[in-house]
Design a protein around this ligand. Structure first.
Ligand code: MRU
Length: 350
């Protein structure tokens, strides 16, 4: 494992979550224990744990943190608690659909265990959260295999934000094919966009790639056009927080600009994401709820004031890349080339 982003400590619902405190990276690599539902909501909100698949796993574990005493309740009462806990966790962040996917899965599992009352619901939810965690690791590995097949020996790849091990329970989404290609003996170099304003590319992607011994060069976001024009980039690989039914891809703010640059320069633009990141209920990316972050993250990021107090700020955390700019979406199940509503639907078995 490249890094252990988060895991459950314990053998039943009385345990807790151990996670890397990502806000401290790269200066400090410290783990924190998360033991209550409010603590988990806060950990997700302040980006101690972040990245769509990791948020999904965190939410599943978060449900377990709210189940104390559930074994003594009847099924109706117990499911009331489960639904309320899931609703609380759902209010943490709006964009990454993996969060809602995981919570829906937990509630459905609880419902399936109704006949056994509170104790059975509790046991079932513990199993389900463990399964969601394990399946994410397996999906990352499969995305690594499927994506590595697209990477040619000697390529230099540009990525945006952090869609690596730190964004998942496994080896990552966008970075998984890079790790796998290198394991397979291919020579691969990476340009990492710093990713304003919270610097996930600088703080997290460059850190985890260096930990793994991958050749990485950090660039400011506004250097991207320059490196494309200099012919330095062979492919772009990014992750996603939500993919609409027509293949429109929502990802960290700035991704759309990178996709336009890739098209202008004839460079393939790949998206790597598990099927849990698709939201086929949305016809297009225009329907995806986009989180807006606090002004202070732009005006006073990391405690350093860089803009006048009181200035108006607009800070959407994500943008949407239209499907027509996407060369292919890689999932754990295969590759969707030039995604459309039809090919996305077929891939998801809809
Ligand atoms: O705000 P963040 O850090 O949670 O944003 C994360 C991203 O945008 C990632 O690129 C996305 O979740 C894909 S992660 C595998």
């Amino acid at each position: 494992m490249i890094v252990d982003t988060l895991h459950w400590v314990g053998e039943d619902c009385s345990g807790h979550v151990s996670m890397i405190e990502q806000t401290l990276l790269p200066g400090e690599h410290r783990r924190i224990d998360v033991k209550t539902v409010p603590e988990m909501v806060e950990a997700i909100r302040r980006l101690a744990v972040r990245g769509a698949p990791a948020i999904g796993v965190a939410a599943a574990f978060g449900v377990l943190l709210g189940l104390e005493g559930l074994e003594r309740r009847d099924a109706d009462d117990a499911m009331g608690v489960v639904r309320e806990t899931a609703a609380t966790l759902a209010r943490s962040r709006p964009t990454a659909v993996n969060l809602f996917w995981a919570l829906d899965r937990m509630v459905a599992r609880g419902e399936a265990e109704r006949a056994g009352g509170g104790a059975a619901i509790m046991a079932g939810l513990y199993q389900e959260a463990r399964t969601i965690h394990r399946e994410d690791q397996e999906a990352c590995s499969a995305m690594g295999d499927n994506g590595a097949a697209l990477i040619e020996d000697g390529w230099t790849i540009l990525t945006h934000c952090n869609a690596g091990a730190l964004a998942t329970a496994g080896m990552g989404t966008a970075l998984a094919p890079i790790y796998r290609a290198v394991e397979n003996g291919k020579r691969v170099s990476v340009y990492a966009d710093e990713t304003r304003p919270l610097l996930q590319g600088a703080r997290l992607t460059s850190w985890e790639l260096m930990q793994a011994g991958i050749d990485v060069t950090l660039i400011t976001d506004n250097t991207a056009a320059r490196v494309f024009s200099e012919g330095r980039i062979d492919a772009v690989i990014v992750g996603s927080d939500r993919i609409a039914g027509n293949g429109d891809v929502c990802n960290k703010i700035g991704t759309y600009g990178v996709a336009i640059l890739a098209r202008e320069h004839g460079v393939p633009f790949f998206v790597v994401a598990p099927r849990s990141t698709f939201d086929a209920s949305l016809a297009s990316g225009a329907e995806i709820p986009i989180e807006e972050r606090a002004a202070e993250e732009v005006t006073c990021g990391f405690g350093q004031r860089t803009a006048p107090e009181g200035v108006q700020v607009y800070s959407p955390a994500f943008d949407v890349t239209p499907a027509r700019l996407v060369t292919a979406i890689v999932t754990e199940a295969g590759v969707i080339a030039e995604p459309t509503s039809d090919s996305v639907g077929t891939h998801l078995g809809l």
